[in-house]
Design a protein around this ligand. Structure first.
Ligand code: Z5A
Ligand code: MG
Length: 222
């Protein structure tokens, strides 16, 4: 019995898969720009790769989130938190399918945005993490680190709800509380091309390890 379950473990841990790569950071830290560049880089090396982003505004849950972010609707803080989480859960099984098919996913914002933005409003961090438990854990989190004042200087802070300097300062502190060994922190004040190169260097080992059969893991890793 024991030896057969060990065999199963070995079998499942040697299945090749794609890597789950997440980009996180404050508004205007460069996540979307760098996600596209990373996608092109990995695709150019011949890896099957897709670009994902959260919130995914194309779903009905995503449309409720979009209306909230653009101040067209008002929702209680816990309600919107759970909608952001639901928006990830509705994509979870597709995410697993794609990874198991060998596709690497470059994901622009994930559960860390969910927890950082909601806990910045004063919600308990453990309460914020709870609905994320069981989602797939990233193989690496690329955190684009920028002082909130510098991010604000990049312009483009427009109508969306969280695009305010004082709030972004609180979010930055909340992100710090989430940083663990799966994170690679990159100075996001550098030139775009320098950051791009550092991200490329950071992901390759993970992509290869996943191709060699690193098992999937789940939030939140200990
Ligand atoms: N949110 C949440 O509350 N809970 C959740 O669970 C999730 C999200 C998933 C959605 O934002 C909002 O939802 C977000 C968090 C919250 N609210 N806030 N704040 P979004 O992801 O849709 O936001 P966005 O419109 O994509 O903006 P962004 O993410 O803030 O920007 P970015 O992607 O990090 O930056 P960028 O678009 O790549 O670059 C911004 C500008 O800076 C642009 O002009 C670039 O050319 C420039 N840039 C980029 N890099 C550099 C460097 N290195 N130097 C100089 N200039 C640069
Ligand atoms: Mg973006």
């Amino acid at each position: 019995m024991e030896s057969s379950s060990n065999c199963n473990l070995r079998a499942s841990s040697s299945e090749s898969r794609g890597a789950l790569i997440v980009l996180e950071g404050l508004d205007r830290s460069g996540k979307t720009s760098q996600s596209s560049r990373l996608l092109s880089y990995l695709a150019g090396l011949g890896h099957s790769t897709e670009l994902w982003r959260f919130p995914d505004r194309s779903t009905s849950v995503g449309q409720m989130i979009s209306a909230y972010l653009s101040n067209k609707s008002h929702l209680d803080d816990r309600t919107i938190h759970l909608l952001f989480s639901a928006n990830r859960w509705e994509k979870r099984s597709l995410m697993e399918t794609q990874l198991k098919n060998g596709t690497t996913l470059v994901v622009d914002r994930y559960s860390y945005s969910g927890v950082a933005f909601s806990s910045a409003k004063g919600l308990d961090i453990e309460w914020c993490k709870a609905p994320e438990v069981g989602l797939l854990a990233p193989d690496i989190v690329l955190y684009l680190d920028i002082p909130p004042e510098k991010a604000a200087e990049r312009g483009g802070y427009g109508g969306e709800r969280y695009e305010q300097l004082e709030f972004q300062k609180k979010v930055a502190k909340c992100y710090q509380a989430l940083c663990d060994s799966s994170w690679k922190v990159i100075d996001a004040c550098q030139p775009i091309e320098d950051i791009e190169k550092q991200l490329q260097d950071a992901v390759l080992d993970h992509v290869m390890a996943c191709e060699r059969g690193r098992p999937l893991s789940y939030l939140w890793p200990r």
